[in-house]
Design a protein around this ligand. Structure first.
Ligand code: NAD
Length: 491
């Protein structure tokens, strides 16, 4: 089948400019081109922003109870089309069908939470802050907002932002990853059926130039970003330099401490899912396991067995537990990091390189790898791999393990496996990360909690999801009022 041409969705209409630069969207399991994505020009971005700016006054004036009706419709359509969307995710992103369904569930939960915006957006007030004077704080939308999203969760991450932005009365432009634009195109097919006025929700495809055009546009008031740390830092700097609000989630290197009193069966199973699920391409993937005391030998043996027996294949095949990585370039980069790890003194316990999946010889498959005895200062111990590679480091005490955790530059997630409440409590209190797991391998906050990355994993103050999302997309206005009773007239 020839690649499907994709379009921007601007002012309630699907558009493709012929002279656009085009990029093939590749199925990473087969290396077959699925679609062709256009890169929007500065003029197209301006068109979308102007359309959003034009739509804003009427959308803002639409009662909140009416605005959320469109989200009820979206939730219903997402449920009806969830399998079709999941297939699209698996085809363009590589993860298994089950993983795709899982990410959509987490995305839909955000639509559900945003439907509660009438309560989340409420202000506060005090009567009689002085004699006969009242004071209120109300929340008002900002205007034109945008989100720039990564390749690894094409269904969920746009929904971390989009529902909150529009429920609070803003207009919103999505710029998805150019590597996985088909899921957003399907999402906007559904959005097109939800009755949003033209200009309230728009989709522009593209890469760096499109992002820059959004960041520099004077009518864009707020920027949400999720992606790698260097780009998050860049987007945060460029957006805030022109006075925009910005919340920028970056990369990660998630350490997991394994205590000798951990339940090893449960720990191994959860750790294998965390490190190798989604082919390790999760910002909350366990990346370094820090074993403590006698946990070292047993955990190393068990996780090696789990890694070696993981079934790798095309995500739509029922028995596949893990799909390919996103591209050939990514596979080569990860293989290079494994090589560096071995050169820097790590012991290669399971080597996932150089293996093929029958029937999918062209796919970008990389089997799980485990490297033990990682020196604390080595490349693999510090750098984000973003692939199915688990590094193991060993220490003798919980204090040393916490020092190891806190010595990393990132702070997206840190976890502990233990059966001791005291160890768990100390870890929760002292670990320098914004999402903490206790006997949990992927500590992803539900939609009604903020996604709390710290340090090099986040630039900004208000995080995605829930109350933080509502606060990010609104500005506070404080009103002080006096209404003297002698002005009361009788008619
Ligand atoms: P990426 O940084 O390459 O791209 C993210 C987005 O930025 C894309 O839309 C891309 O088009 C755009 N972009 C890329 N380079 C740019 C540039 N130079 N200037 C402006 N825009 C640019 O990230 P990715 O490879 O798509 O995603 C993987 C990364 O995302 C990993 O580092 C992962 O940890 C991170 N991530 C973080 C979270 C989180 O919640 N912290 C969640 C998911 C993914």
């Amino acid at each position: 089948m020839p690649p499907i041409p994709l379009h921007h969705y601007i002012e309630g209409d699907w558009r493709l400019r012929r002279e656009s630069r085009l990029l093939d969207v590749i199925n990473p399991a087969t290396a077959v081109p699925l679609a062709r994505v256009p890169f929007s020009s500065k003029e197209e971005v301006d068109h979308a922003v102007q359309a959003a700016h034009k739509a804003f006054p009427a959308w803002r004036a639409t009662p909140i109870t009416e605005r959320i009706q469109h989200l009820f419709r979206l939730k219903q359509l997402l449920e009806e089309h969830v399998e079709d969307l999941a297939r699209t995710i698996t085809n363009e992103c590589g993860k298994t069908f089950r993983e795709s369904l899982g990410e959509l569930r987490r995305g839909i939960e955000n639509v559900e939470v945003a439907i509660g915006t009438p309560i989340l957006m409420q202000g506060v007030n005090n009567e009689d802050i002085a004699r006969g004077i009242d004071e209120h704080m109300i929340r008002q939308p900002l205007g034109v907002t945008t989100a720039i999203t990564p390749f690894n969760f094409p269904g969920m991450i746009p929904l971390w932002f989009l529902p909150y932005a529009v429920a609070t009365g803003n207009c919103f432009i999505l710029k998805p990853s150019e590597r996985v634009p088909m899921t957003s195109a399907r999402l906007f097919d559904l959005i097109d059926q939800c009755g949003f006025p033209p200009g309230v929700l728009q989709l522009v495809h593209g890469g760096k130039d499109t992002v820059d055009a959004l960041l520099d546009h004077p009518l864009v008031r707020a920027v949400s970003f999720v992606g790698s740390t260097p780009v998050a830092r860049y987007v945060y700097g460029r957006a805030s330099a022109s006075g925009k609000r910005a919340q920028c989630q970056g990369g990660a290197k998630n350490p997991v401490v394994i205590m000798p009193d951990a339940d090893m069966d449960m720990t191994t199973q959860i750790m294998a899912d965390s490190a190798f699920g989604c082919a390790g391409q999760r910002c909350l993937a366990a990346s370094v396991a820090v074993t403590v005391g006698s946990a070292g030998k047993e955990f190393t043996e068990r996780i090696a067995e789990a890694a070696a027996s993981r079934r790798v294949g095309y995500g739509l095949d029922e028995d596949a537990q893990m799909g390919p990585v996103i591209s050939e370039q990514s596979r080569k980069r990860i293989e290079g990091l494994i090589e560096t790890g071995a050169k820097e003194g790590a012991r290669l316990v399971v080597d996932g390189r150089g293996r093929h999946v029958g029937g999918y010889e062209d796919g970008y498959f990389l089997f799980p790898s485990v490297l033990a005895d990682i020196p604390p200062a080595s490349t693999l111990s510090r750098i984000e791999v973003f692939g199915p590679v688990l590094s193991l480091s060993h220490v003798e005490t919980l204090d040393e393990a916490i020092r190891f955790v806190n010595d990393r530059p990132y702070g997206n997630m840190a976890c502990i496996f233990t059966s001791s409440g005291a160890s768990a409590r100390q870890f929760r209190h002292e670990a320098d990360a914004g999402n903490i797991g206790v006997n949990i391998g992927v500590a992803a906050p539900m939609a009604f909690f903020p996604f709390s990355g710290w340090n090099e994993s986040f630039f900004g103050d208000l995080h995605a999801q829930s109350r933080h999302g509502v606060e990010f997309y609104t500005q506070t206005k404080v009103v002080v009022e006096r209404w003297p009773s002698e002005w009361t007239r009788t008619f």
